[in-house]
Design a protein. Structure first.
Length: 341
């Protein structure tokens, strides 16, 4: 006979509500009670009837996540952190990828809305707020992740990208670089913010290099190494060439490093290179890559906290919550120049 929640509640001397909350790791339930419930549930092989629970609560206990690239380590790290944290509250995660295609993103939004997810977390590829407005019209809470829209009042978790750009550029300046180039990312807010921070840091030191900004194009995220390689080859054709390079992300920095080394130049002596993302391989390259750590795990955990809070109320009109995770410089051999002597 299949175990039912009310049977478990009766056996443990608890109410059905208490058992339900324990299964969702509700903060009202103490750890000892939660452990008793989970142990008995495991013994009986009890599986909650999610459809019945949805009919009662009006929730699907599901968070939808749309990212530009499922294979990108930054977004993968965020997704893992979100999944781990919401699972403890009884929620599941539906993940999809837009592949940096606005039309694909709009279709994914419609798919998640059709599944009636409780919250949508969106790292958008769009240049307009149309997708966000469609979600709002359906009354589903939405959290913008990593990328935001100028002037749009919306929940957001990510970095201050101007601070990211300024931090990376200031580090290159501190290493003695004066002709600092920038590989600019796709037409999204992260790229615009990092470009602005780069320019601010140069201006503070009386430096300017408008001709040293190279576009990676729309492939700047999911084909970053190839785009970084091609853009850096164009930079190396300039005279005088740059002596420092701030790359939109770590994959583009890998491509940039290959182009510099193929040209017979030295990193960092001839050209210092810094990326963004601090991906796991950065420390294991032949020339370890300096990078800006964006705090992917912290971003994911903060998204999870906000998502479970919004899902519990399904309040799409809640005042916007903006959570900025501070960037952190991780300096390695690709930028650190030692005094000669």
């Amino acid at each position: 006979m299949t175990a039912r929640m009310k049977d478990i509640a009766l056996e443990l001397g608890l109410s059905v509500v208490t058992v339900s909350k324990a299964l969702r790791a509700h903060p009202d339930i103490g750890e000892a009670t939660r452990r008793r419930v989970l142990e008995r549930v495991a013994e009986l092989g009890y599986q909650p009837n999610l459809m019945a629970r949805s009919l009662v609560t009006g929730q699907t206990w599901t968070v939808g996540l749309i990212v530009p690239d499922l294979l990108h380590p930054f977004f993968a790290g965020i997704a893992k952190a979100i999944s781990n944290d919401i699972r403890a509250h009884g929620y599941g995660l539906l993940i999809s990828s837009s592949d940096e295609e606005p039309d694909a993103e709009r279709q994914q939004i419609r798919n998640l809305l059709a599944r009636q997810v409780d919250v949508i977390v969106l790292a958008s590829t769009q240049t307009t707020v149309d997708g966000l407005r469609e979600i709002e019209r359906r009354g589903t809470p939405c959290i913008l992740l990593d990328r935001r829209f100028a002037g749009a009042e919306a929940h957001f978790v990510g970095n201050d990208d101007e601070a990211v750009g300024a931090l990376a550029t200031a580090h290159l300046i501190a290493q003695g670089c004066r002709r600092i180039a920038h590989l600019r990312g796709p037409e999204v807010s992260t790229a615009a913010g990092r470009l602005s921070g780069y320019r601010q840091a140069l201006a503070q030191q009386g430096l300017a290099a408008p001709e040293l900004v190279m576009d990676l194009g729309p492939s700047g995220d999911h084909r970053g190494a190839e785009a970084g390689y091609a853009a850096t080859r164009r930079l190396l054709a300039l005279s005088p060439r740059p002596d420092g390079l701030f790359c939109y992300n770590d994959p583009s920095a890998l491509g940039a490093m290959r182009a510099v080394l193929e040209a017979g130049l030295r990193v960092p002596d001839d050209i210092a290179i810094i990326g963004c993302g601090n991906l796991s391989y950065a420390d294991f390259l032949r020339i370890p890559l300096s990078s800006i750590d964006q705090g992917a795990e912290a971003i994911g955990r903060r998204v999870a906290q906000l998502a479970t809070s919004l899902a519990g109320t399904r309040n799409a009109a809640a005042p916007p919550h903006v959570d900025l995770v501070p960037p952190r410089l991780v300096a390695r051999a690709s930028t650190i120049r030692f005094p000669k002597g």
